[in-house]
Design a binder for this molecule. Structure first.
Ligand code: CS2
Length: 457
């Protein structure tokens, strides 16, 4: 029996199911309704709804694939979230998502939802590549035409025309200054396509920065089968995650929002210290574990962190390379943070695949690694852990060892194949090269990377 509003009563007693009325809700439209959003913002919103406040519901939008729509629409948007730890499983049914629309088929409906008076917020987990940035960081208009930009722009134009209030546009992606970047890129789109909207946008819409943190492995078919046995209902949209969850949001909203701050989120004046620490320490370590771990024959994060050599490299990256570049905020203890991250990586119940993290590296390493290298340029510190990571990443994108999922896969493979190692390193990290970066290697750094890379071949 499939999970849905009608079958909810049949779910096993050990599952904590939502019990609020989802009608008469205020609305959020969310672009990129993947596992990450469902384990994070949707759960925070569900927590607010459970407390009896007027509910907020979420219309999810998938930009390309209809997979999530097929999983969740027959289930009335409902899905289970299972927290996995050494102590076992803890499952709840999340009620905040009501529907999933797919940009290709439902464009008019999506525009209508965002332009409706009930909608106050549009949020995003479209991944790094979803922002359609050119290597120099500006908007790539050709890519953006297939992304969320035209849809959002059309909806905002309708709101302006109808004299309605603006919206808060909330990025929840792993980019530095994610809200600022979203605001800048959206303005580039508006200036090019709807310049009359610009002043209204500036005066009525906001783009708060936010840092989101929760590790969410992609579920496997065996996970879904085990869940069905345990709960008595089939859930095609199930999510499995860790107990830890953190959300730090800049206090810059254009209108109402759920009381996320009463349900675990921190609403602060400046997100930067949290965001920088998370990107450079957690995500930086993740990418390092992914490329080095795969090369050393590991499949999962908990296996890679148990490998003494990689553990030492990760600790070096976090404490000696990333931490000194972070201007920590009040009460932020980066040494304790590093210890907590290692413990999270060790979670043996999560089965977080390294190849999931290895995806889209060209879009990730800028904010995870290269900003750290650029910050050390002045001190002259040699960042051996990150440079080792880069050599394994080059080994990965050379395309000779395993399939590469990356929007620049072809371009990177061609550079690696066509040139000698030193030329490839220089070409990829050249300021006008394919990887957006404020860093290009010194001679010593290039030699370090090349030597390690050659040793892998
Ligand atoms: C990971 C992130 O796949 C990746 O690149 O580093 O998804 C990571 O698990 C999250 O940012 C944790 O909050």
């Amino acid at each position: 029996m499939r999970l849905s509003q009608d079958t909810l009563g049949a779910v096993s007693g050990e599952v904590d199911a939502f019990d609020y009325d989802r009608s008469a809700s205020l609305e959020i439209v969310h672009f990129g309704i993947g596992a990450f959003h469902r384990a994070h913002q949707a759960q925070f919103t569900d927590g607010c709804n459970r407390s009896g406040a007027r509910p907020w519901t979420i219309t999810g939008v998938s930009l390309r694939s209809a997979t999530v729509a097929k999983q969740l629409n027959p289930q009335d948007g409902l899905y289970t979230l299972t927290i996995r730890s050494r102590d076992g499983n803890d499952t709840q049914v999340i009620g905040s998502v009501t529907q999933v629309l797919v940009a290709g088929h439902d464009q008019a409906a999506i525009v209508g939802r965002i332009a409706s008076p009930n909608c106050h917020l549009v949020s995003f987990t479209v991944t790094e590549k979803g922002y359609c940035r050119a290597p120099d960081g500006t908007l790539d208009h050709a890519l953006a035409a297939d992304g969320f930009y035209p849809i959002l722009c059309a909806a905002l134009a309708q709101r302006k025309k109808a004299g309605m209030p603006g919206l808060s546009l909330l990025s929840c992606d792993n980019l530095s200054g994610n809200g600022q970047q979203l605001g800048r890129l959206m303005r580039e789109w508006i200036d090019a396509k709807a310049p009359d909207l610009r002043e209204w946008f500036d005066q009525n819409c906001t783009t708060p920065d936010s840092m989101v943190d929760r590790i969410v492995p992609a579920p496997s078919p065996a996970d879904l089968d085990e869940l069905e046995k345990r709960t008595g209902l089939r859930d095609e949209g199930a999510i499995f995650t860790e107990a830890f969850s953190q959300w730090v949001i800049e206090d810059d909203f254009a209108g109402p929002r759920p009381a996320w701050h009463e349900h675990g989120a921190q609403v602060v004046a400046d997100v930067a210290p949290f965001e920088t620490a998370k990107l450079r320490m957690l995500n930086g370590a993740h990418s390092l574990l992914a490329y080095t771990g795969l090369d050393r024959g590991h499949t999962y994060v908990h296996e890679a962190i148990a490998d003494g050599q990689l553990r030492a490299l990760v600790k070096r990256l976090m404490l000696k390379e990333a931490a000194p570049t972070i201007n920590s905020g009040e009460g932020q203890d980066l040494t304790a943070y590093a210890d907590q991250l290692v413990t999270r990586f060790e979670n043996p119940a999560l089965y977080h695949r390294l190849d999931q993290i290895a995806m889209d590296g060209s879009q990730k390493i800028g904010q995870r690694w290269l900003e750290v290298l650029a910050a050390h340029r002045i001190s002259g510190t040699c960042c051996e852990a990150i440079l080792t990571g880069i050599s394994h990443w080059l080994h990965h994108v050379s395309g000779r060892v395993r399939p590469v999922e990356d929007p620049l896969a072809e371009q990177l493979r061609a550079i690696c194949e066509g040139a000698g190692a030193a030329e490839a390193v220089a070409g990829i990290f050249d300021p006008s090269g394919p990887v957006p970066s404020a860093w290009s290697p010194s001679t010593a750094e290039r030699e370090f990377i090349v030597e390690k890379w050659r040793a892998l071949q």
